[in-house]
Design a protein around this ligand. Structure first.
Ligand SMILES: *Cc1c(COP(=O)(O)O)cnc(C)c1O
Length: 378
């Protein structure tokens, strides 16, 4: 057997997060912060397969409380007929592609799609056509542009990212629902940045599938996601194994295993409440953008006024400083860190995205002041 030195092994112990108590502006992290209840659940179910303690012998999805959550509570929350737990948004997108298309088929996606839409499509062997955005400065997706491409390419699936993960743009998802019905093409709404943050309903949008990400937007430790579907897709998506008639093929029996589901359930009451407060989140985000744009050389890109907590800023003022600063682009990250703020990618100064989700007014003011101070640096 291979021998490892103690040094080699011990480096893995005691990992910690230096900036745990900082104000974190990283969009991918703001919606995944656990509630106290979920944090408790994480510790309680931290041991591998310990969820089975709830009912040894039963399928996890059939443990009464889990079952109620998946087959009643989540469908109502998503406006879907059936829900499956996935390992994340990307896996859910792949599950749909893999179940309802064949390799070589074409799908139509918005130009602001997440990269995982592309990797999922590659894994499923699909040809991807992108509906272009309007370019600088709005990067708007006009869903009516799906129509011409629909006629031309006869896609087997439409995907809309709602909102996209760069600009936080919210295209007219309902309108695309109508278009998808008219052309009878299944429609998937990728709500990785919507489900668990803002009100959203698959049925109201008129979509066939809805995707959410637990670790991104549902106050859960990951990896975990939700996939909601219209009942007409249960047959292909929930098809059963020939040899194990109880087990689903697409989900390899059942994707739900570790502690993540306990956190998703533990935080769910708070998630339901926070979704109701979405308009306040948008107000806070607009307040932040208004204030930050008072600084010369900072401008929000994407559709205005913003309708989401995730925003993309063009920050020429920081870029100009980086050109004369000895630390170059890294100065911004360091200056923010000195002020207890993290979440902007190290090295970025020209533009970057950030989220104000669930930050308190006082915290927003700290960030605004920090940006102002830094913008005045020589
Ligand atoms: C983050 C993100 C994903 C991937 O989410 P996972 O749950 O980590 O797979 C997919 N789509 C969008 C739009 C995202 O922002």
């Amino acid at each position: 057997m291979t021998e490892f030195s103690r040094e080699e092994l011990n480096q893995f112990i005691g990992l910690h997060r230096e900036s745990k108590n900082f104000i974190n502006l990283n969009p991918i992290q703001r919606g995944g912060i656990l509630t106290p209840e979920a944090r408790k659940a994480l510790v309680e179910f931290g041991d591998g397969y310990s969820i089975y303690d709830l009912s040894p012998g039963l399928e996890i999805e059939k443990i009464p409380l889990v079952k109620r959550f998946i087959s009643d509570i989540l469908p109502r929350f998503l406006g879907a007929d059936a829900v499956r737990i996935t390992l994340g948004a990307r896996e859910g997108i792949f599950n749909v592609m893999h179940s309802i298309t064949k390799p070589g088929d074409t799908i139509l996606v918005d130009g602001n799609r997440h990269y995982t839409t592309i990797t999922a499509a590659e894994r499923a062997g699909l040809r991807v056509i992108e509906v272009p955005d309007s370019g600088y400065p709005e990067y708007r997706i006009d869903v009516e542009n799906y129509e011409a491409l629909l006629k031309e390419h006869k896609p087997k699936l439409l995907i809309l990212t709602y909102p996209d993960g760069n600009y936080g743009n919210l295209p007219d998802a309902k309108k695309l629902g109508e278009i998808s019905k008219e052309y009878q093409v299944p429609y998937l709404i990728n709500g990785a940045y919507a489900v668990g943050r803002m009100p959203i309903s698959m049925k109201e949008i008129g979509a066939d599938f809805i995707i959410g990400s637990g670790h991104k937007s549902m106050a859960s430790s990951g990896p975990i996601g939700v996939l909601g579907m219209d009942k007409k897709w249960e047959k292909p998506l929930l098809r059963r194994s020939d040899r194990y008639p109880e087990k689903s093929v697409e989900f390899l029996g059942c994707e739900l295993r570790g502690s993540a589901i306990a956190t998703l359930m533990g935080s769910f009451p708070a998630v339901v409440e926070r979704v109701k407060n979405w308009s306040r989140e948008v107000e806070n985000s607009r307040y932040f953008i208004d204030k930050i744009e008072e600084i010369d050389g900072i401008k929000q890109l994407g559709v205005r006024p913003t309708g989401h907590d995730l925003n993309f800023l063009e920050t020429r003022v920081f870029y100009e400083i980086s050109k004369r600063h000895k630390r170059r682009g890294f100065f911004l990250y360091r200056e923010l860190k000195k002020r207890g703020i993290t979440g902007i990618k190290p090295g970025m100064t020209k533009n970057f995205k950030l989220s104000t989700y669930q930050l308190k007014k006082e915290e927003l003011k700290i960030v605004i002041n920090a940006f102002e101070e830094i913008s005045r640096m020589d």
